[in-house]
Design a binder for this molecule. Structure first.
Ligand SMILES: C[S@@+](CC[C@H](N)C(=O)[O-])C[C@H]1O[C@@H](n2cnc3c(N)ncnc32)[C@H](O)[C@@H]1O
Length: 314
């Protein structure tokens, strides 16, 4: 199964690619956004993905757009260094489409899906500790904290206890093994969401340090974007979107005014570096959701780098 790009029309209209400009797609995936950007304008596109399989699959697109598409294997949190190595210090636009591609979810062997059997891996980059390593090694309280913080799982303590009891009997090495342990202690929900959904999300976020990656990328974007350059982020759950929203509020100078009793005074408000292009997050149209259920939870936020840093007015 291929990956259907989510909110593609909205991404293109917010990024507004133009001829002669240079863009970054920080989440190349199946190349859906990349192809559309390159077709929309005669521009240059750098694209990053930490999954070696995504980079390998992209070779055909590189040949189709000779000299205009450049793929880099690495993490978007590291975009400053990855681009610097290529001699790129400025960009006219950046797009991030967070989370997993359909290729990753649908390939049971990658370990992201609780519906298909596979090694409990979950590493997008295929490097570093796996989800099985975390499940085998984390102390019970840390396991519970991970499920709570990154999965918003209310039954985190109960699940962590069940995992620790199960791993004392035999190592937990597969997705279905873990899903069955969780199903044993989490009652089925009325909305039909699989009991392992939140725990799998939590482990995946921790294995790939997904929230740290987003924070690092947003900071780097402020450095890389030319005045007028646009940053477009599509997120898929509230933890991701919260980081983006906080960044937008801070970077557009909309942080709440400091109290007049604050000894640092009104000057404590940070300078605005971005103009907000989407006062509220954009959501996919109903017709898109009907055609691609994975779009259901998407939220798009876009902002534009200001010509200069403006001190926010009190
Ligand atoms: C939702 S898919 C992107 C799909 C793409 N927009 C398309 O239209 O085909 C997300 C991709 O981002 C990659 N990814 C996620 N986090 C990353 C990170 N921190 N650094 C680099 N790539 C990352 C994943 O490996 C995956 O291939």
């Amino acid at each position: 199964m291929s990956h259907i790009p989510v909110m593609l029309d909205e991404v293109l209209s917010q990024l507004a690619p133009a001829a002669g400009e240079t863009y970054l797609d920080g989440t190349f995936g199946g190349g859906g956004y990349a192809r559309a950007i390159l077709e929309r304008a005669d521009c240059t596109l750098w694209a990053i993905d930490r999954d070696p399989a995504a980079i390998a699959r992209g070779a055909a697109l590189v040949s189709a757009f000779t000299g205009r598409l450049h793929l880099i294997e690495g993490s978007f949190g590291n975009m400053l260094d990855l681009l610097k190595r290529e001699g790129i210090a400025r960009l006219d636009g950046i797009v991030l489409d967070l989370g997993l591609s359909s290729y990753q979810i649908d390939e049971g062997a990658r370990g992201f899906s609780f519906r298909q059997d596979g090694d409990l891996d979950m590493r997008m980059s295929l490097a570093g500790p796996t989800a099985a390593d975390l499940v085998a090694e984390l102390p019970e309280h840390e396991l519970a904290d991970t499920l709570f913080q990154f999965g918003e799982e209310k039954l985190s303590r109960r699940i962590a206890r069940a995992i620790v009891a199960a791993r004392a009997e035999a190592p937990i090495t597969t997705t279905l093994q873990l899903a069955s342990i969780i199903r044993g202690v989490v009652p089925p929900s009325r909305d039909g969401i699989h009991p392992a959904t939140r725990s799998f999300q939590a482990l995946r976020i921790r294995v790939n340090d997904e929230l740290g990656e987003i924070s690092r990328a947003l900071g780097a974007a402020a450095t890389l974007l030319n005045p007028g350059g646009r940053l477009v982020v599509v997120s898929f759950h509230s933890l991701e979107d919260r980081i983006v929203k906080r960044f937008v509020i801070g970077a557009s100078g909309r942080a709440p005014a400091p109290s007049r009793h604050d000894p640092r005074g009104l000057a404590a408000r940070p300078a605005a570096r971005f103009k907000l292009l989407t006062p509220r997050a954009l959501r996919p149209r109903e017709s898109e959701i009907a055609n691609n259920p994975r779009a259901r939870s998407a939220r798009l936020r876009a902002m534009q780098r200001l010509t200069q840093d403006f001190e926010a007015r009190p």
